[in-house]
Design a binder for this molecule. Structure first.
Ligand SMILES: [Zn+2]
Length: 119
């Protein structure tokens, strides 16, 4: 995708976000449960946007599915990860990401804050 196109689409997305008919989970915790080892990845929506139904388990690499939704932070538990934040990259950060991630973000998708370190 051309840089100018990414910039135009990103700016349109951000400008229309508050009114967009898009799931608004801000302040909501989601738990992704690994189907193989049972480890739970805890996440928190920091922004309005779309998140995947399945992510990769950080313990074993298998699929972890979104099964838990809560307004309360998860308890401290060795079987639950530190809370990972869902955020929207800035335009500068987005320009350095993969085409698949660019498509995801331009469709309203959020990414983990830790993916943005160093960008
Ligand atoms: Zn696992």
């Amino acid at each position: 995708m051309e840089k100018e196109t990414i910039k135009r689409k990103y700016n349109e997305l951000v400008a229309s976000l508050e009114d967009a008919k898009m799931y608004d989970g801000r302040g909501e915790y989601n738990g992704y449960v690994c189907e193989k080892c049972g480890y739970i990845t805890a996440t928190l929506y920091k922004e309005k946007g779309v998140t995947p139904f399945i992510i990769q388990c950080e313990k074993c690499g298998k699929a972890a599915m979104h099964k838990i939704t809560s307004r309360n932070a998860p308890p401290a538990d060795p079987n639950i990860s530190e809370v990972k934040n869902w955020v929207r990259p800035t335009l500068d950060q987005l320009m350095k990401m993969s085409q698949a991630t660019i498509d995801h973000v331009l469709n309203g998708g959020l990414v983990f804050e830790e993916e943005l370190k160093g960008l």
